[in-house]
Design a protein around this ligand. Structure first.
Ligand SMILES: O=P(O)(O)OC[C@H]1O[C@](O)(COP(=O)(O)O)[C@@H](O)[C@@H]1O
Length: 340
């Protein structure tokens, strides 16, 4: 079959599968390694990620694609096999994070703009040659008393659309990620309003910049209460509000929505996704592109020790399987207990 943007996007959201976000930037992976007392060296990062990509059952059955960081897409496994080849051998698709991070937005205290557009066309050509068939760009939207501003929303939507069009021109499917951050005391209703405004601006910009929606994937936050909010929305409420928000804003031509976990607990992220798929009634596939919610358990089980690799791989395979079930609404809480 000839590979098209549409066929790649469809494969990324095949039933039972989702994306492993293993694209932590150097600063973020250091934070993760600090939490288990492991030094963030190039070799340790390689060992850790190689361990994940060699978890055969997870990679073959539940992981449709892996988002890599620039270092990782060029890295070789201990035995000299490129890590990209390990991913492909498992039938999974290599992807690449291309943004250069969220920086302070000039003239807008507390707000961010994602950088990385300069030279992006050439970088895409190189990443394509290295095997990437999809990419990711993350915009960060903070909620505060007077933020986000329209300025911040529009600037980030514009950059996401510029990135998306450049990706498609290189034969690469863009994951567009406008993350409304969970931190703060705001309610789920406020998260709904901000996410709705962001998604409206995003799809306006994608239309204006002639992006083919069938060849894109959306990576959003769910509609959740701020971490400091005294009343936390329950599983059903999160699922219902999230579906409602997306029905208002995301065109039916978009093949799939893959959620970020954003600091939710592993089980919450799985329960919310499963509930949405149980409720159903929407035109897109709903799946996952979790970083922390897939990796927290294997990271802890590994602890930087070779003898812990089997236990860490088992922990990763378990979370991948639980989230795979959530993509079809078949996850149940007692499946977690039986594994424990
Ligand atoms: O700040 P960084 O290093 O770019 O990483 C942000 C992380 O957020 C994500 O977009 C989502 O990760 P979570 O599921 O952990 O929220 C990852 O793809 C990425 O690794």
């Amino acid at each position: 079959m000839t590979e098209t943007l549409e066929s790649i996007a469809q494969a990324m959201v095949a039933p039972g599968k989702g994306i492993l976000a293993a694209d932590e930037s150097t600063g973020t992976i250091k934070k993760r390694f600090d939490s288990i007392g492991v030094e963030s060296t190039e070799d340790n990062r390689r060992d850790y990620r190689e361990m994940l990509f060699r978890t055969e059952s997870a990679m073959k059955e539940n992981i449709s694609g892996v988002i890599l960081y620039d270092e990782t897409i060029r890295q070789k496994a201990k035995d000299g096999t490129p890590l990209v080849d390990l991913i492909k051998a498992a039938g999974s698709i290599p992807g690449i994070k291309v943004d250069a991070g969220a920086k302070d937005l000039t003239g807008a205290p507390g707000e961010k703009i994602t950088e990385g557009l300069d030279g992006l066309g050439q970088r895409f050509a190189e990443y394509y040659d290295l095997g990437a068939r999809f990419a990711k760009w993350r915009a960060v939207i903070n909620i505060g008393e007077d933020i986000p501003s329209t300025y911040c929303i529009n600037a980030n939507a514009h950059a996401l659309a510029r990135y998306a069009k450049l990706a498609q021109a290189a034969g690469i499917v863009p994951i567009v990620e406008p993350e409304v951050i969970m931190d703060g005391g705001h309610t789920a209703e406020r998260c709904f309003d901000v996410t709705e405004a962001m998604l409206n601006a995003l799809y306006d910009a994608l239309y204006e910049q002639r992006v083919l929606l069938e060849g894109t994937i959306l990576k959003p936050n769910m509609i959740v209460s701020g971490t400091e909010c005294p009343t936390q929305a329950g599983v059903e409420q999160v699922a219902e509000m999230t579906i409602k928000c997306f029905k208002r804003t995301v065109p039916a031509a978009v093949p799939g929505i893959v959620f970020l976990s954003g600091g939710q607990s592993d089980e919450d992220a799985t329960a919310h996704l499963s509930m949405m798929n149980q409720i159903g009634g929407f035109p897109w596939k709903m799946s996952f592109s979790y970083g922390r919610a897939l990796q927290a358990a294997p990271l802890k089980a590994w602890g930087g020790k070779a003898e812990n690799v089997p236990a860490a791989q088992a922990a990763f395979a378990h979370r991948a399987r639980m989230n795979g079930l959530a993509t079809t609404g078949e996850w149940k809480a007692d499946l977690e207990k039986s594994a424990a």
